[in-house]
Ligand binder design. Structure first.
Ligand code: PRX
Length: 651
């Protein structure tokens, strides 16, 4: 399979860290990074143990740093701690007590600031609300919220009492909520009436109501009043957040939890079947996110840190909540769209709050480029000192734009490679130390033994493509797929013996820099988010008119990949633009707008191998508008391909 991974990008520009930046940075030269890295991968356990002692607050020290029984890891077994205590209580004894923890702005423009003390109080109260509703250690709680402080409060309240949160992205549909409730066997949902997005209100509570039709398992729905849109309340089940908060005390000691106590489940797309519930546990996850926040963003006490991700994705979990708050940072949180009321909203926020660290995604950067320089140019962005990207490869021209127009040719860009499964940033520059090259995530973080290998697990020579693997366990790695150990082993630990397989292809250049080529399984990366083709296909096939569907990605200037669906219809159904629109809508309803196909193409048949497997590679070539140049000898019916090609010409 590694033969298919090709990479033709040649990039010669190098940007060395500036002396001014390096002087005060946590890691101030490449030599220092290399020395520390070398030591850290030689003995990861020693490195992480030292970090764990420095970074986290423990109720009881661990007995064993790592117990590794492939593919199961236990980090810091015997240790006891609490994630919410590490993010809150520890900051209350000194000057940080009155420091802003969260600075929030709603899309319509409201502003709120919560100091560490205030955030702590709210979290304690909400933890007591959860307890009042009989939520206990180990119970699962679904959080389906807009981007507002209460989403963070709900997460940390769960962590405080040892409940396991599962945040569902606010852009997902009722169907997606339903699946996640069923899979996690949650008992309680925390939501809001609605949230603002591009001037409109997203009816979150209505989606929850739909998801809970015929559901017996959810006992309580706690509703935060955000948008004041009309909602229906089901007596006995639904309660208001603000009313609940009136009945409880502000005193709630944090539970003492095992290092390996489950912290959260976050669902992500895989190449087959339903979304996977990625399970992260307490100490290792917290340590990984806290350490990377400190070193990768070169975080310091006075920073105003802004990560634009939604709390419903791993980036929001790790780099809005756990990593920054564990470090006592000031986090800016914004509710809405970047182009509301105008395309300069982000730059306006950076200027107004004096943001110093800004972390966003290539898909957003491409949108900014399209909107034009006039929007950032209207604002003073000189407070910025580090800027970052995550989610997909950033193409060098977009990198250059980000570097010059947003970073003023002054700010290092940290292009961070990682995944829902890895929990923390795995490959990234360390600003102040790593010379940057546009388009590469550069070098692995301390303690991360990343490599590019062939199918046998041998490292490939420089500039040869292969599979991106991690060869040693790391603290914030996923522990399993919720309820599916078999799939966990198969997906991540069977492709190459003894190594974690990321599903990505990559190459390393002569300096050892990692260039990520993209996914090598059937997973699309749309606007920085992973979507399983099979999920979209199942959604399509669930429509009564559809017989069969195959979904592939097509390169897209804005979103990275666009979703193209090839559909065959049942007898008596008629293809046409109107049905195409209905199918697109159907997918949006089933999964969420992010999965809505950009293009639905009707076909009389799909190209298959003799064993009946759909030949996606051919469809990809057709969808991309290119020639079918690959090998077609295993194609069962060549006529199908000819007809599909005819279709593309007309359409
Ligand atoms: O393909 C890689 C891509 O995003 C995938 C992980 O997706 P997800 O679990 O949704 O997490 C996204 C946020 C961490 C990876 O397998 N990816 C992520 N960051 C980068 C990237 N590809 C290239 N460069 C990156 N910096």
């Amino acid at each position: 399979m590694s033969n298919n991974i090709e990479s033709h990008l040649v990039e010669n520009r190098v940007f060395k860290p500036s002396k001014v930046f390096a002087k005060t940075a946590h890691i101030s030269s490449l030599e220092e990074y290399q020395e520390l890295y070398r030591k850290s991968v030689k003995s990861p356990e020693r490195f992480w143990a030292q970090q764990a002692a420095e970074t986290l607050v423990w109720r009881k020290k661990w007995k064993t740093v790592l117990a590794w029984n492939e593919p199961y890891a236990q980090w810091f077994a015997g240790g006891k701690l609490n994630a919410s205590e590490n993010c809150l209580d520890r900051h209350l004894t000194g000057a940080r007590r009155n420091k802003a923890a969260l600075i929030w702005e709603g899309e319509p423009g409201e502003k709120r600031t919560l100091t560490y003390q205030q955030l702590h109080r709210e979290v304690c109260k909400f933890a007591n609300v959860l307890k009042r509703h009989r939520i206990q250690k180990g119970d699962r709680v679904i959080i389906y919220m807009p981007m507002c402080p209460e989403a963070v409060i709900a997460m940390l309240a769960c962590a405080r009492i040892g409940a396991v949160h599962s945040v569902v992205f606010g852009g997902f549909s009722a169907e997606a909520i339903k699946d996640r409730i069923n899979d996690s066997q949650a008992r309680l949902v925390v939501t809001a009436d609605g949230g603002y997005r591009r001037g409109g209100v997203i009816p979150l509570k209505r989606n929850v109501d739909e998801a809970l039709k015929d559901n017996e398992q959810i006992e309580k729905v706690i509703v935060f009043r955000r948008a004041h849109n009309e909602i229906s309340i089901k007596e006995g089940r639904d309660v208001w957040w603000h009313r609940e908060m009136e009945y409880v005390k502000a005193d709630c000691p944090a539970e003492e939890l095992d290092a390996e106590h489950p912290l959260f489940i976050l669902y992500t797309s895989g190449s087959t079947g339903k979304p996977k519930g990625i399970l992260h546990t307490t100490a290792g996850y917290l340590l990984g996110t806290a350490a990377t926040t400190k070193y990768v963003f070169d975080l310091r006490e006075e920073d105003i840190y802004w990560c634009t991700a939604d709390i419903g994705w791993i980036t929001g979990h790790s780099y809005i909540v756990y990593g920054p708050l564990c470090n006592g940072a000031t986090v800016l949180m914004y509710e809405g769209a970047p182009n509301w009321p105008e395309q300069d909203r982000f730059w306006r926020l950076i200027e107004e709050y004096g943001v110093t660290i800004f972390y966003t995604a290539p898909t957003a950067i491409r949108a900014f480029i399209r909107w034009g320089d006039e929007f950032p140019n209207r604002h003073d962005l000189s407070s910025l000192r580090v800027i970052g990207t995550v989610g997909e490869p950033i193409n060098p021209e977009a990198w250059m734009w980000y570097y010059t127009v947003i970073g003023g040719s002054r700010c290092p860009i940290v292009d961070t490679w990682w995944q829902t499964e890895t929990g923390m940033i795995m490959i990234s520059p360390v600003p102040g130390a790593t010379p940057l090259k546009p388009g590469t995530a550069t070098l692995p973080f301390f303690g991360v033994d990343a490599a590019v290998v062939d199918d046998q697990g041998n490292e490939v020579p420089p500039n040869v493509g292969g599979k991106l693997v991690i060869r040693k366990p790391w603290p914030s790695m996923l522990r399993t797929i919720w309820g599916d150990k078999k799939r966990y082993r198969k997906q991540y630990w069977s492709e190459i013996k003894g190594m974690y397989f990321s599903g990505d292809g990559a190459r390393r250049d002569k300096d050892g820099y990692f260039w990520i080529v993209g996914r090598i399984d059937d997973v699309l990366n749309v606007a920085g988010h992973r979507l399983g083709t099979s999920e979209i296909e199942s959604a399509l096939v669930s429509h009564p008119a559809v017989a069969e569907a195959a979904v592939v990605g097509r390169p897209d200037e804005l979103k990275g990949q666009a979703v193209v669906a090839f559909v065959t219809l049942k007898q008596g159904e008629h293809p046409g633009p109107e049905l195409g629109d209905r199918l697109r809508q159907h997918v949006a309803q089933a999964i969420g707008a992010i999965a809505r196909p950009d293009d639905v193409r009707f076909a009389e048949g799909l190209p298959k191998t003799r064993s009946g497997k759909i030949m996606r590679r051919l469809l990809k070539e057709i969808a991309g508008g290119g020639q079918v140049i690959g090998d077609v000898t295993s194609l069962e019916d060549f006529n199908v391909l000819m007809r599909l090609r005819g279709e593309t010409k007309e359409g």
